[in-house]
Design a protein around this ligand. Structure first.
Ligand code: SAH
Length: 221
């Protein structure tokens, strides 16, 4: 039983069902992604004062000037990552609240997630363990360097926007793997980009216009 589910239970389930219908209406098709979003308690990943807004389709603050991504974007990126075959391992850059990692944890064998702000990484670790999610490995470090000791990854997802996808991350992608990232495209705009690694090269597709917090260099305490 998920903590707090008794109190928020029914309302949350109804609110989640409503959110999932909205996501379907916006074009999310993958039934596995929709099912995970129907069941995962997003309200536990936001501050208590914002819980009543957890099932709105909006990004919300999580402290340290960071945000939990909009549900539509979480669904879209997860779908884009899964398209093209099953993934065993996924690296996430930007753990934040841990919500995206928790979504992925239901869909792939193992998630590795790095976060540059120690307090966020620590909170996410505690929450994921409380939820009994034990196939996520977290690390407090600069995600621009990836996680070389655990590479290669079948999938890589960035939830903060770099100016360009760091070379180190592309090299940690396994052949056949996909990397999905918001990338600066000039004038304060960002595009969601997917790189697919083939045996010889990277194929780059542009998916949507998006708006993420910037990817920052270095880790802070
Ligand atoms: N995936 C998160 C969204 C978090 S917002 C969620 O589901 O809640 C993006 C996160 O990326 C922030 O927590 C920010 O601190 C982190 N971040 C930014 N630059 C980073 C970097 N270079 N390495 C690791 N994390 C980074």
């Amino acid at each position: 039983m998920v903590p707090d589910a008794a109190g928020a239970g029914l309302t949350s389930q109804r609110a989640r069902d409503r959110l999932v219908r909205l996501l379907e209406g916006q074009g999310i098709r993958d039934p596995r992604v929709l099912e995970v979003m129907r069941t995962l308690p997003r309200h536990l990943f936001v501050e208590e004062a914002l819980r009543h807004r957890a099932y709105e389709n909006t990004a919300l603050p999580i402290g340290h000037r960071q945000t939990i991504s909009q549900p539509f974007i979480v669904a879209r990126m997860t779908e884009a990552l899964l398209e093209g075959g099953p993934l065993r391992t996924v690296l996430e850059v930007g753990t934040g609240s841990g919500y995206q990692a928790a979504v992925l944890a239901q869909l792939v064998d193992r998630v590795y997630s790095v976060e540059r702000i120690q307090a966020l990484s620590r909170n996410a670790r505690e929450l994921l363990s409380r939820l009994g999610i034990n196939n996520v490995n977290l690390r407090h470090s600069d995600g621009g360097e990836g996680w070389p000791e655990r590479a290669p990854f079948d999938g890589i997802i960035l939830t903060a926007a770099p100016r360009e996808v760091p070379e180190a991350l592309l090299t940690q992608l396994a052949p056949g793997g996909r990397l999905v990232a918001p990338v600066e495209s000039g004038g304060g705009r960002q595009q969601l980009v997917r790189y697919t690694r083939t045996e010889e090269a990277f194929v780059r597709d542009i998916l949507d216009a998006v708006l993420f917090v910037p990817m920052l260099p270095g880790a802070e305490q």
